[in-house]
Write a protein that binds this ligand. Structure first.
Ligand SMILES: [Zn+2]
Length: 384
């Protein structure tokens, strides 16, 4: 399995300057490539092949006075920027042709110096390496200090150097890891992802968002309000914006941390993990958008999915057609829709009193189990 391992890195002022140049050159090559293809299309000419495009916007461009400075950065960085453009085009074409699952992919867009995330990628043939003194050696950048928060499991095949909106630098290594199945267990869990609690488990446990995250989010809201009070173009507004970017980064870090811990725990303790497919992209367009994105569900389920694969566990999304909050998890009676304010209800058929979310999680577990038995060739009667 290919995984990313990310670490904070600390370039010196000189290295930061060299990185800024690399970010800039990669962006120019990407944009030149995009423009060349758009111009060709507008002129009714055929789609430029990857090879022809590389010759045009890298090899030939370097010989022109306007682009001679492209020679100052690693050629691999430029090739990788074009590779990103080619992937973006392929995804777009596949999406248009209906060969790609998930939401529609937009055509590639121009990159800007103002994008909050700047990145360049070095592959093996760029000969990046980890030195004896545990620094990251990057061609035409230098030996960059790394905070190794955990060990790399194997030799990385590429490294992406990122600068985020808060001005922090990261190295994200692509590594191949061996799958390491854990000892089998009989436990299975259904998870209901919600707004009142981050997650409710079929065994009755409720997981709230960590206090650190709630506190960071409150600070974030205040920082957002502070910006609107500052005069446009003023030094104070610039300062407030920098503070907001830092807080955004902190909220994202805390959320990722929490999602990592919880997903590891759930995958370790259960043979199968089932989650209700919330269709987060769909919800994202409604007024729930903010809370949906804040809860970071898609990030969490993605973690569950790859960790399950890695540790030999089952992970499955349960279809949204299952009315998990309306069906009694004890007798299967469908009790009809209930407004979100109803937190507890008693089944008219069997008399069981349910916590709305725990009942939903139990239904997710039952539906996940049924799908799994079906997939294994067993016979399952649909719930009454
Ligand atoms: Zn019932």
């Amino acid at each position: 399995m290919r995984l990313r391992y990310q670490y904070r890195v600390y370039p010196t002022p000189g290295q930061r300057e060299a990185l800024a140049k690399a970010f800039g050159c990669a962006r120019v090559v990407f944009n030149d490539g995009l423009r060349a293809r758009e111009d060709a299309r507008a002129a009714g000419l055929p789609y430029l092949s990857d090879g022809d495009l590389s010759k045009l916007v890298i090899t030939e461009a370097k010989k022109t006075p306007g682009r001679v400075w492209l020679g100052e950065v690693s050629a691999v960085v430029l090739q990788q920027a074009l590779a990103d453009l080619n992937t973006a085009y392929r995804n777009f074409f596949a999406s248009v042709a209906g060969k790609r699952k998930g939401r529609r992919v937009a055509p590639p867009r121009f990159r800007s110096r103002k994008d909050s995330r700047q990145a360049v990628r070095f592959t093996r043939n760029a000969r990046f390496q980890i030195t004896a003194s545990r620094k990251l050696r990057l061609p035409k950048i230098g030996d960059v200090g790394v905070r190794w928060s955990r060990d790399l499991p194997s030799e990385p095949s590429s490294v992406t150097v990122i600068r985020d909106a808060a001005g922090r630098y990261f190295a994200s290594f692509m590594v191949e890891t061996a799958d390491t199945p854990l000892i089998e267990t009989r436990n299975e869990v259904g998870i209901d992802l919600g707004l009142t609690h981050f997650a409710v488990l079929s065994d009755g446990r409720k997981v709230t968002n960590p206090r650190a995250l709630r506190r960071a989010e409150r600070r974030l809201r205040r920082a957002q309000q502070a910006i609107s009070r500052r005069e446009k173009g003023s030094a104070n507004r610039v300062k407030a914006k920098a503070r907001l970017a830092k807080l955004h980064a902190r909220v994202a870090d805390t959320r990722r941390d929490h999602a990592h811990k919880l997903s590891t725990l759930l995958v370790r303790d259960n043979q199968a993990v089932y989650v209700e497919d919330m269709n987060v992209t769909g919800l994202g367009r409604t007024r729930l958008a903010k809370s949906v994105h804040d809860a970071g569900w898609s990030q969490f389920t993605a973690m569950l999915e790859y960790k399950a694969a890695r540790y030999g566990r089952t992970f499955a999304r349960v279809g949204r057609f299952e009315p998990t909050s309306q069906t009694c998890s004890v007798c299967g009676n469908k009790d009809g829709p209930k407004p979100l304010s109803v937190r507890e209800w008693t089944c008219l058929a069997c008399g069981t009193t349910h916590d709305r979310d725990v009942n939903a999680a139990r239904n997710v577990l039952a539906a996940g189990r049924a799908d799994r038995v079906n997939a294994c060739g067993g016979t399952v009667r649909p719930a009454a």
